[in-house]
Design a protein around this ligand. Structure first.
Ligand code: NAD
Length: 442
């Protein structure tokens, strides 16, 4: 459903009027396209405290030209992105270097630009000064994200090895992360090899997307097919024609199957004798009612689609060895599960359960199967699901985030594609919100 307010503020009179009234000013977000795969402008690399070894060559391969340090750079040069390496921040004194580094350059960051702050892992071996200074980076990033405006995003990446974080840096510094802001993402030091052809990272791999015929699932299926995967589009039997249509457009395969079937995992395994590399748990439903009015079937149907089937099929596909080493599982949570939402005790419980599943399974799946497990947690995304939300709640959902607009299915799809990327082996057990830094549960 079209966001008319966003269209209004894109016109000069609309912008003038809404500014005078003190209303939100959403900026048109720059998203990835084959014609414009990179953000326009340079990347400025700054450091607070001692810097991370090996970072400069990794930044040099993100596709953005490196900006000259401040002294040699004209003051009005627009920056596509700033990476502030704050991994060496150990106390309140070195924390001041974060302010000193970013204060003079924030104005130079272009519309839809990126600020990525790098922090060290929070396990500081009992040094409470360092722990305080590193935790302080989270409040800093989230606050800057809320004030920076103009479609610009601010995220914190915790890392100890620059090379292992490369796919994540590439994502955060690209137009693909347009609706990801205010996030804290941790990557481990164990990376995975880059694909032979960076433009087709999923070449030779098979991906299955549940609920893949429309909305977010369809966008994920399209993103993975663009990246070279053979995509299996799974949806309910009633949507068989749509599944055939979408799969046909993507050169993939349709699978008409209710994911809540007790033997869904076995049937997927039987369809994929050659194995599976990427499993996207996207199918989801809402059946909203306040708890006092909620009959048990509303509770159980939501829990069954959104959580129990995710647990069942994951267990079955891991046990059968259908998911291959180097595989990726990406589940779909929701900010309603992280923050809670009136009328959604069933949905919130199911989506919080997804986050619990991811955090618990991730270390074991990696150790035993060589597979990562992560989740996306969408905020307000423009789909059929949110088109059904009452007008005023829908408007509030769109505006109550730092980017003052709803996200698009492609924003979730790009995030899932990064988590599913063969080079994203260092990203495990993360629940990444795709919510424009929603005020809900932030
Ligand atoms: P949607 O309703 O547009 O699409 C959901 C798809 O899942 C449909 O194609 C549907 O047929 C399929 N599906 C439902 N039950 C199924 C079953 N039992 N077996 C197989 N397929 C089934 O929803 P959407 O807005 O695209 O949301 C996709 C996912 O993102 C869901 O998990 C949803 O909870 C989550 N999410 C969406 C938003 C949002 O703002 N749209 C926000 C947070 C989370």
């Amino acid at each position: 459903m079209a966001d008319r307010y966003l269209s209004l503020t894109a016109t000069a009179p609309g912008r003038f009027l809404t500014r005078r009234l003190g209303l939100p000013q959403p900026a048109a977000l720059r998203r990835w396209s084959p014609e414009q795969p990179c953000l326009p402008g340079d990347l400025l690399h700054l450091t607070a405290g001692s810097g991370l070894r090996g970072l400069a060559p990794v930044l040099a391969r993100t596709g953005l030209p490196l900006a000259a340090p401040t002294a040699g750079r004209p003051a009005d040069t627009a920056l596509a992105a700033v990476v502030l390496d704050a991994t060496g921040v150990r106390d309140v004194d070195t924390l001041a270097e974060v302010h000193a580094a970013l204060h003079p350059v924030v104005r130079s960051v272009a519309d839809s630009g990126r600020i990525v702050v790098l922090g060290s892992p929070l396990d500081t071996g009992g040094d409470h000064h360092q722990a305080a200074a590193q935790q302080a980076l989270e409040g800093f990033v989230r606050s800057l994200g809320k004030e920076i405006g103009r479609g610009r995003t601010v995220n914190l990446l915790r890392l100890s090895d620059a090379e292992a974080a490369r796919s994540t840096l590439c994502f955060l510094l690209s137009p693909r992360s347009a609706y990801v802001s205010g996030q804290v993402i941790a990557v481990t030091a164990q990376g995975s090899p880059a694909p032979a052809d960076p433009s087709l990272p999923q070449a030779g791999r098979t991906a299955l997307v549940t609920g893949g015929v429309r909305g977010i699932g369809e966008a994920v299926a399209r993103a993975l097919a663009r990246d070279g995967a053979h995509v299996v589009v799974l949806d309910v039997p009633q949507a068989r024609d749509d599944a055939l249509r979408v799969a046909g457009q993507l050169g993939g395969t349709a699978l008409a199957l209710d994911i809540t079937a007790a033997d869904a995992g076995e049937r997927i395994a039987a369809e994929l004798p050659g194995g599976l590399d990427v499993l996207i748990h996207n199918a989801g439903v809402t059946r909203d009612r306040r708890l006092v009015n909620m009959p048990s079937e509303r509770w159980s149907s939501v829990l069954d689609v959104n959580l129990a089937s995710v647990l069942r099929t994951t267990d079955a596909l891991l046990a059968k060895g259908t998911l291959r080493r180097g595989g990726r599982i990406v589940a779909t949570a929701s900010i309603a599960g992280l923050a809670g939402n009136a009328g959604q005790t069933n949905y919130g419980a199911s989506k919080a359960g997804v986050a619990g599943l991811v955090r618990s399974l991730a270390p074991r799946a990696l150790a035993e199967h060589g597979i990562t497990v992560n989740a996306v947690a969408p905020g307000f995304i423009e789909t059929r699901m949110t088109a059904a939300v009452p007008l005023f709640i829908r408007e509030a959902g769109r505006r109550m985030n730092s980017l003052a607009q709803g996200g698009l299915p492609v924003d979730v799809a790009e995030t899932a594609a990064w988590l599913a990327h063969p080079a994203s082996g260092a990203v495990n057990g993360q629940v990444v919100r795709v919510c424009g830094q929603s005020l809900l549960g932030a």
